[in-house]
Design a protein around this ligand. Sequence first.
Ligand SMILES: [Zn+2]
Ligand SMILES: [Zn+2]
Length: 347
Amino acid sequence: MRAVVFERYGEPAEVREVADPEPADHGVVVRVEATGLCRSDWHGWQGHDPDVALPHVPGHELAGVVEAAGTRVTHWRPGDRVTVPFVCACGTCPSCAAGEQQVCERQTQPGFTHWGSFAQYVALDHADVNLIAVPDDLSYATAASLGCRFATAFRAVVQQGRVAAGEWVAVHGCGGVGLSAVMIAAASGARVVAVDVSPHALDLARKFGATECVDASRTQHTAAAIRELTGGGAHLSLDALGSPATCAASVNGLRRRGRHVQVGLLPSPTGATPVPMARVIALELELLGSHGMAAHAYPPLLELVRAGVLRPDLLVTSRITLDATPAALAAMGTAPGAGVTVIAPWS
Ligand SMILES: [Zn+2]
Ligand SMILES: [Zn+2]
C-alpha cells in the first residue's frame, strides 16, 4: 500500500510503498477512505509524543470500510462502513469496565502507538470495543472529521464542560477542534466568544455561531477583553490550541466558579505549563481535561449530526491527496489553518 512515512522526527515525510497491515485476532484492517490532518499529527512528527517510534506513519482521524477482520471479532465484517475514536480502548481494564474508554489504561492510538491512517489501509485493535458504524447518509470525509476533533470538542463542551443554555463560552484557538467547539456550544444555546489570531478563522467562528470575536493578534489583553464582553468572564472556557499563552488566557478569562477545559495538547520541554493557580483558588475555578470520546458515547453526537443540528461537514475546508500530505503536515506547525483538511488516500 501507499503511506506517508517519516524516518526522523521533524524531517520531511515521504509517500512510499510499504507492506499492507494484517489484522490482530481482535482487530480489523480498514481501507481508509478519508483521514483528517490534525495538529496532533504534527506533534507526533516533531517527536513531542513518546509513543511514536520510528519509522512511523501518522494519522488518527479516519473513516473507511472494513477490509479484513480477525478471528475473534464478532460485531464487524468486511464491507462495514466505520470510524473510530483516536483512543482505542482495550475493553477490559478498570477504566473500560467503568465505561471510561477514553482514558483506557492500555489504550492504543493509530498514528501514535502504531502506524496510522495516512495510508491506504490501517490496522485497528479491539474492534468490537472501538468501531463505530457510519450511517450510509454520512460521507467518509464528515465521519473522519468527527474522529478526533469534533468528538473531542463534543465531550469537552457537553460532557466535561457541562455547558448550559445562556452561558458564555470562550473558545481559544479556532482551528478544527475550536471551530467544532464553537458550533457545539452555540447549538447548546450558549453565547460564544471566539479567540484567534487569524481574521479568517474568526470569520469562520462567526459563521458557526460565535456572537463575539477577539483578535488576539491585536491585543495584549485577551482575557480582559473576554471579561469585558461577557460581563465578568466566561462560565466555560476552552484552550483548543494548546499553548502556555492560550491556557493562561482561558483561565484568566473565566468568571467566579468558571470551568476551564484543556483540549489542545501542551508539549513542553520541562513537562509543565504555568497555570494561574492563585486565580483558580480565589475564584474557585475548575480545571478539566478532555481526552477524546469513547465509542459508546457517539450515538447522541451522530443523532445531532443526522438531524442537521451539528454540521461537521462545514468544517471540512480542504481536501488533499496522499502526495500533498507531507507538505501539509509540515505546514501545521506554523499555519494550522482554519477548518479541517481531509486526505483521500486513494485519489
Ligand atoms: Zn487529532
Ligand atoms: Zn481499557
